[in-house]
Design a protein around this ligand. Structure first.
Ligand code: WQD
Length: 319
């Protein structure tokens, strides 16, 4: 019995793998290493494979059999919203193609439990301050579309051959559980601000004229260690008979504005920086926060780390 973690060499995947090791679960990591790092893997078995490559289905099928895989956590995907707009074909090829190969290999080998890494990007620009899983999904970029289609693919496999699937819709993930697993990409607010500070520049706020309490956008920032924990709760949920839902928001249920995040960064880093207010960034919803009732009730999971721990852990890993 082992758990296959695709994308297990990535920032989030390596946290999931670390927690599986702590539970003494044997792990097989499959990662193309296009963004992942080999030295994040610890004692896992490892297969380097791009899930969207032409031979991937057979290679995956062989690996699943060889390692006695009984469940899968699928995180491997491209995740840069901006690039997905510039190169939509690549995003469809990678994210949909990868999911397709994985589901075929799972069907052929009779592996019927899947935790799928989905995203709050599936919602697009919601009209509520906190979205429930039943809110309508209108993704506004190819990245979000590929995640929603991934959910549909899982739902169809559930109907067709009995796949048991849990989709986790991540909100804004940040922080680090272990310094060596820190987010090395500079793509989201917290790493972007740290990178600016290290270069002696002023952090940028995209828009201070939104209809929010302080005019900047509000997001639900979830600690990556808490998020990783949610994957284990989802695996356990798939084991149980009374499963009712397949899709779960993973957030804290609490929103923070960009200005509030910057204030916390100022407090933690003790750097007294100026803020550069720029025009709004295209496609930013004013609010994107999770209603977390369902995951709490059904999976018994809730976040336990706040904004302070997110900023402290991320800063101490890079300073
Ligand atoms: C957060 C807020 C920016 C940089 C993205 C994806 C989403 C999901 C999570 C994976 C926004 C503001 C940012 C800066 C700023 N990913 N900002 N100055 O866009 O909420 O969500 O990551 O599934 O799909 O879209 O995250 O970190 O880019 O921005 O003011 O230099 O910070 O405008 O309001 P976002 P982000």
């Amino acid at each position: 019995m082992s758990v296959l973690v695709t994308g297990g060499a990535g920032y989030i995947g390596s946290h999931v793998v670390r927690l599986l090791h702590q539970r003494s679960e044997p792990v097989l990591v499959v990662d193309g290493l296009s963004n992942g790092l080999r030295d994040r893997l610890g004692a896992s078995q490892f297969l380097q494979l791009d899930l969207a490559a032409p031979n991937s289905k057979q290679a995956l099928t062989d690996a699943i059999r060889e390692h006695g895989v009984t469940s899968v956590i699928h995180l491997a995907a491209q995740k840069q919203v901006g690039v997905s707009v510039e190169r939509p074909e690549f995003y469809y090829e990678q994210n949909i193609g990868g999911m397709s190969s994985l589901l075929s290999a799972m069907r052929d080998t009779g592996v019927d439990r899947l935790v799928f890494s989905s995203s709050a990007a599936t919602y697009g620009i919601p009209d509520a301050e906190a979205v429930t899983e039943d809110s309508e999904c209108h993704p506004i970029n190819p990245y979000g579309e590929t995640k929603l289609i991934g959910e549909w693919m899982g739902a169809n496999a559930a109907r067709s051959w009995g796949l048991r699937v849990a989709n986790l819709r991540y909100f804004n993930v940040a922080g680090t559980g272990w310094p060596e697993l820190a987010d090395t990409a500079v793509m989201n607010l917290v790493p972007i601000v740290f990178s600016a500070l290290k270069a002696g520049k002023s952090p940028i706020v995209f828009g201070d004229d939104y209809a929010t309490p302080d005019g900047s956008c509000v997001r639900d920032y979830v600690h990556v260690h808490d998020l990783a924990d949610a994957h284990l709760s989802a695996l356990d949920y798939l084991e149980r008979d009374e499963r009712k839902h397949s899709t779960f928001n993973v957030g804290t249920g609490q929103g923070f504005s960009v200005f509030q995040v910057l204030a916390e960064i100022k407090r933690v880093t003790k750097i007294d920086f100026d803020i550069d207010i720029q025009p709004r960034r295209a496609g930013d919803p004013p609010y994107l926060c999770a209603d977390v009732s369902r995951i709490k009730e059904e999976l018994g999971w809730q976040s336990s780390r706040g904004l302070n721990e997110i900023i402290e852990s991320a800063w101490s890993a890079i300073k």
